[in-house]
Design a protein. Structure first.
Ligand SMILES: NC(=O)c1ccc[n+]([C@@H]2O[C@H](COP(=O)([O-])OP(=O)(O)OC[C@H]3O[C@@H](n4cnc5c(N)ncnc54)[C@H](OP(=O)(O)O)[C@@H]3O)[C@@H](O)[C@H]2O)c1
Length: 291
């Protein structure tokens, strides 16, 4: 199969690039800005035509949650309009669109893990733009999987784990919010789930679906930071604070744990616990640093 991965230099796109070398059966085409802007319909259509693309994995997104509050047009252009462009291209080619979305489509007022069918009531511009992107995919694409994930991190790009490692090495103490609860997701785990789904994609027996995927377990950002310090053997002491003591531009959901029963049942995934994946990521980061 010919597979286009957009936003390929981001965290998830980079993990997919790494995995793709193991796949003999498929041809992957990895594209990112400036070569492929997903908001450019002509460029997207031409590239898909040229490479006879049958599956699009959309990892491109405007992911700066705070910046989106003032850069509203840009966030909607990429997260909603870009998704619509890819969906239209998928329709033209009768291709499968795998679109990545977020736990931030929920308002965080729940007390039980969110199911795919729970109403989306996003709190900020990023969440609204991602939700509207999902809706465009559902409206336009003939075959899609929308996969919502949460708290993504990787050895590639900038993320919470890398920030904590840097600050933990510089400072004796760190304050981290303890009243936002969710689940971290190692992008490498999500990437291998996506590849496994593509491997088993059967056009004849296909049905479109929205799925939730994160690592197993539940924690606060404080728990996550503490685990990072512990596993990286950093002496930095992590202090728990409330969100009100750490004001951020965009409001975040207090609770955004995702219920993963649907994807586990449909695909038989045995998803690793977040601590296990964090440990594996830290080993990989160390190996990368050692060359
Ligand atoms: N990061 C998280 O914590 C998180 C949590 C939940 C869900 N998600 C979702 O997971 C997916 C992957 O996230 P990620 O963390 O891998 O994102 P990322 O690291 O920010 O990567 C996104 C990539 O998309 C590129 N991009 C931006 N605008 C584009 C455009 N118009 N056309 C083509 N490419 C464009 C970015 O390029 P530039 O860097 O040059 O802008 C970047 O390379 C996204 O859909 C995101 O919304 C992420």
């Amino acid at each position: 199969m010919n597979i286009l991965v957009t936003g390929s230099r981001g965290q998830l796109g980079s993990e997919l690039q790494e995995l793709s070398v193991l796949s003999d059966n498929h041809h992957f085409f990895f594209c990112d800005l400036p070569d492929l802007d997903i908001t450019s319909p002509d460029r997207v259509a031409a590239l898909c035509r040229e490479h006879e693309i049958e599956v699009i994995i959309n990892c491109a997104a405007y992911t700066a949650v705070d910046k989106a509050e003032s850069d509203v047009d840009a966030a909607f252009r990429v997260n909603r309009d870009g998704a619509a462009v890819l969906a239209a291209c998928a329709r033209e080619r009768n291709a499968l669109l795998i679109h990545i979305s977020t736990d931030y489509v929920f308002n965080g007022k729940a007390h039980l893990p969110y199911r795919e069918t729970d109403p989306a009531t996003p709190l900020g511009v990023y969440g609204v733009s991602k939700w509207e992107g999902e809706e465009e995919v559902r409206r336009i694409a003939p075959s899609y999987w929308i996969i919502r994930t949460s708290w993504l991190y990787s050895v590639y790009g900038a993320n919470f784990v890398k920030t904590m490692l840097r600050l933990g090495a510089e400072r004796p103490t760190l304050s981290v919010v303890a009243d936002q609860i969710g689940t971290p997701t190692w992008a490498a785990d999500l990437a291998s789930a996506l590849v496994s789904m593509v491997e088993r994609y059967d056009k004849e027996r296909f049905y479109s679906a929205t799925y939730h995927y994160s690592n197993e377990g539940v924690c606060s950002w404080y728990d996550f930071a503490q685990a990072i310090m512990e596993l990286a053997a950093l002496p930095c002491k992590v202090m728990a604070v409330e969100s009100s003591q750490y004001p951020q531009i965009a409001q975040r959901p207090h609770y955004s744990v995702l219920n993963k029963s649907a994807i586990k049942q449909a695909w038989g995934f045995d998803i690793p616990h977040w601590r296990q994946s964090l440990a594996a990521m830290l080993v990989k980061l160390q190996q990368k640093a050692n060359g």
